[in-house]
Design a protein. Structure first.
Lengths: 280, 288, 302
């Protein structure tokens, strides 16, 4: 039985000519199966680096310390073919912009079946079948005909669904999603969020959902962690974080948002916020 | 700024792979060598032990304590000739690069600025020149103009400006669409003012970097033309023509080795220098 | 009601192609002095195209833009017509809205210069707006009242920055700060209309509402009108007086911001509002509209 993903005291430093700069200062997170662990924060807080470092996709100038446990395997201790066998198979990632994360010159079918056959020993026709099923699962219902089409023939929302289908193709236990709805229009975003929720519930997935958008976070996450300056300053149940935040930073973040608890509801709230001298 | 990318040489691509802590000394060494060559350009002729043209020494004597690089077929001191050659090769290479950059930039700016048919005409001309193999076109032009150093530079100029025109034009085109250029126009900047204040300063960096990466190539092209007898004429101490003379006496290894090493160090050091310049000009990595 | 300062009259924009794509389809609206008009819609609805047309950066294929009673001409190789520097714009990307190779002081100074060129030797006969500025410019030493700042230093203070920042380059500022500087530069030109084309959408969520407020309140304080373009209805409705909702190149709903927020009439506006997730911790998924849903392109009546 999978225990999901556990990140223990993850530190990342970036080496450069003048020395090193700490990006993550000891991040602890646990993502249980069947739940969405949200990871929120502003630009530069380290939320994206957390996802990349866990996947081993950090820049070559970064040095990692700590543990990223996938069951009893420490991903930080894996490298080379061992990591390749796990990545994409047992833990997968979905990126922000599907127009760059999908290969523009390969059909959707080729991208799906290549990925599946790389990890699972399947025949070509079995892989195609699995690919068609995978697309159906994310709501791309044109079936087999969709397999022979190229990413640019799909809308932005459909492309992100395809990226999710690729991530899920080998039935991973854990999926890291980095701002998966940020590039989408709100009406399209609503559909993708509903899809993610549905997949988490039906497949018992553990999802680490990274976003700066606290509205999206509130809609999708079971637990929410808030990062600042490379540290998790708050981690709790979704309702608790939004309605009774423990950390001052979370409170100030919410106070600056329209529609949040203690946030901006009318123009007068905004005037008051400006007069109090909100800082960037 | 991406337009300058295809121009990047293999050498500098490898250079980027080297970890920064090793790169610094390499960059520093390259800088020192390049600087040394430039200094030799200026003071060289007054510090050489012998007159580079004087045929007073024994012929074909190998390197020794009296003539460090040996002597050539006419009994001239090779060390003095290599040092004296720096002034010719490097200053002409700088001249060539400056001229190509100016000609190419002017054409590129005009094409990008006016657009439409002006752009069409200028870019087709550029394409035509680019369609010829560089060295062959330069050879043909130099041969047609007659062998002299000046004509060699002119011939090299004719083949060297098009890359600048292309890069500058694409930089101008992309910058014209940049938001800060639009907002300048909205504040009432004329097209000329917009060009001068908002566009040109932002293309100067990449263009200068491209030029500095080109110095080594220019030296190579000019030496090549001289080697083929299309540039410097004897007895001018020019590296290319010195190597050319060494070819007939290939058993006298020092005749070709030292001018060759001179060309090699100039090309490599200026390439590294250009690379360091690019890092410095990168607006993201740059300092205030 | 005052005379509108900027009118879009039946504007049409086609992008070439086979067949041509109609980005803006017979759009008309007005912006009045002191009014903040919010223009919302999703990607591809034509809102950014509209911004470029309003400023003269793009020539419309039909209709016209009227600024203070005179048509706005598209930008040519020469400078912009002197009086049309009264239409200013703040762009979306804080990374490219300022010239990276110039210190910010001179860039704001360009705005002040544009104001001096346009308003020239100021005379009260230039209309009520100019008359007001005459009064303002006559007392450049009043820093803290509603008067118009007349120096770079005053402008930096006005947008909440340190006057010492004038000698620094854009790269040393955060996205939010750059948008404040870009706002100062645009407002220093004493515009009658400021157009913000998604000026907050690349900023961190916590600064978006604040920067939007700084931008709109300063504009209104100058007696100018503002068109605030955004895809984020939840922020726009806090600062806008009037809302325009665009869908497929057309305005499908318009009216007072509060009314539209409370009671959207057009099915598209309703879908847009329902899709906005609220940061309330309720774990409530926003309503999903089936993919491929189309909406009527006729404007809803209020």
């Amino acid at each position: 039985m999978s225990t999901g993903l556990r990140i223990e005291h993850l530190e990342v430093d970036i080496r450069h000519e003048e020395g090193t700069t700490p990006i993550l200062r000891g991040v602890d997170l646990a993502v249980a199966p069947g739940t969405v662990q949200g990871l929120a924060g502003e630009s530069g807080s380290g939320k994206t680096m957390t996802g990349l470092a866990a996947m081993g996709l950090h820049p070559s100038t970064a040095v990692r310390r700590g543990h990223v446990w996938l069951d009893d395997i420490d991903l930080l201790a894996c490298a080379g073919s061992r990591l390749d066998a796990i990545r994409g198979r047992r833990i997968a990632m979905v990126f922000q912009d599907p127009s760059t994360s999908l290969h523009p010159q390969l059909t959707v079918g080729a991208q799906l079946t290549d990925h599946v056959r790389h990890h699972l020993s399947l025949t070509r026709s079995q892989a195609r079948e699995r690919a068609a099923d995978g697309l159906a699962r994310v709501g791309i219902t044109q079936g087999v005909s969709a397999l022979s089409r190229y990413p640019h023939e799909f809308s932005g929302g459909q492309r992100q669904r395809i990226a999710i289908a690729i991530a899920l193709a080998c039935d991973p236990q854990v999926v890291i999603m980095d701002e998966p709805t940020t590039a989408l229009d709100v009406t399209v975003q609503a559909g993708v969020l509903a899809l993610v929720r549905d997949l988490v519930d039906s497949l018992d997935l553990a999802v680490l959902f990274i976003t700066h958008d606290l509205g999206v976070m509130s809609a999708i996450a079971d637990r929410v962690a808030v990062m600042r300056y490379g540290e998790v300053v708050e981690d709790g149940e979704c309702a608790q974080v939004f309605t009774a935040p423990r950390h001052e930073y979370t409170r100030s973040l919410l106070a600056s948002l329209p529609g949040a608890t203690g946030g901006l509801r009318t123009r007068d709230d905004l005037v008051r916020l400006a007069e109090e001298g909100g800082e960037e | 700024m991406d337009a300058a990318r295809p121009k990047r040489r293999l050498l500098s691509r490898v250079w980027r792979k080297i970890p920064p802590e090793i790169r610094m000394p390499v960059g520093a060494v390259a800088f020192v060598i390049a600087l040394a060559w430039v200094v030799l350009c200026v003071v060289g002729p007054s510090i050489v032990p012998y007159d580079p043209l004087a045929q007073t020494l024994p012929r074909f004597s190998p390197p020794s304590s009296t003539s460090w690089f040996g002597t050539d077929e006419l009994g001239r001191d090779l060390f003095s000739r290599v040092i004296a050659g720096a002034r010719i090769t490097i200053s002409l290479a700088l001249l060539l690069v400056t001229a190509s950059m100016l000609v190419g930039s002017i054409i590129g700016v005009v094409a990008g600025f006016f657009g439409r048919w002006v752009d069409e005409v200028l870019m087709r001309v550029t394409d035509v020149v680019l369609a010829f193999p560089t060295v062959i076109l330069a050879m043909v032009t130099a041969a047609a103009l007659g062998a002299s150093l000046f004509n060699a530079v002119l011939a090299a100029l004719i083949v060297s400006w098009p890359p600048y025109a292309r890069v500058v034009r694409s930089l101008v085109l992309s910058l014209r669409e940049a938001d800060f250029v639009s907002s300048g126009r909205l504040l009432g900047f004329s097209a000329v003012r917009s060009m001068r204040v908002d566009v040109l300063p932002n293309i100067a960096g990449p263009t200068l970097v491209m030029a500095s990466l080109d110095i080594g190539n220019a030296a190579l092209l000019l030496s090549g033309l001289s080697f083929l007898g299309l540039g410097a004429k004897p007895p001018t101490p020019e590296w290319g023509s010195m190597i050319s003379a060494a070819v007939v006496n290939f058993d006298k290894w020092w005749l070709g080795l030292f001018p060759g090493l001179a060309i090699l160090t100039v090309v490599i050091s200026f390439n590294f220098l250009g690379d360091a310049l690019r890092d410095a000009f990168d607006p993201e990595a740059g300092r205030v | 009601m005052s005379e509108p300062v900027l009118c879009a009259e039946d504007v049409v924009v086609d992008y070439p192609g086979h067949p041509p794509v109609r980005a803006v389809d017979h759009v008309s609206f007005e912006i009045h002095p002191g009014e903040v008009v919010g223009l919302v819609g999703e990607s591809g609805c034509g809102k950014s195209t509209m911004a470029r047309v309003l400023t003269g950066l793009l020539k419309p294929d039909g209709g016209r833009i009227v600024y203070r009673g005179r048509p706005v001409l598209p930008l040519g190789l020469g400078g912009r017509a002197k009086d049309s520097t009264g239409i200013q714009m703040v762009f979306q990307d804080p990374g490219s809205s300022l010239n990276p190779r110039r210190r910010i002081g001179p860039q704001i100074q360009d705005g002040l210069d544009a104001a001096r060129r346009r308003l020239g030797p100021l005379s009260a006969s230039d209309g009520p707006l100019a008359a007001e500025r005459v009064a303002d410019l006559a007392h450049p030493s009043r820093p803290d009242t509603g008067s118009r700042p007349t120096t770079v230093t005053q402008w930096l203070e006005r947008v909440g920055m340190d006057p010492k920042d004038a000698t620094r380059f854009p790269r040393s500022f955060s996205g939010g700060q750059r948008q404040r500087i870009a706002t100062a530069r645009a407002l220093a030109a004493a515009p009658d209309v400021l157009i913000g084309d998604e000026p907050i959408s690349s900023l961190d969520a916590s600064t978006q509402a604040l920067v939007a407020y700084v931008m709109s309140s300063l504009t209104v304080a100058q007696g100018a009108g503002m068109l605030f373009i955004s895809h984020d209805l939840s922020v726009v409705r806090l600062i806008a007086d009037t809302l325009l909702v665009m869908y497929q190149g057309r305005v499908v709903e318009r009216g007072p911001a509060d009314e539209i927020w409370a009671d959207p009439r057009h099915p598209y506006t309703q879908a847009l509002l329902r899709a906005i997730p609220t940061p309330d911790g309720a774990r409530r998924l926003p309503a999903v509209t089936p993919p491929g849903t189309t909406y009527p392109r006729e404007e809803a009546q209020r």
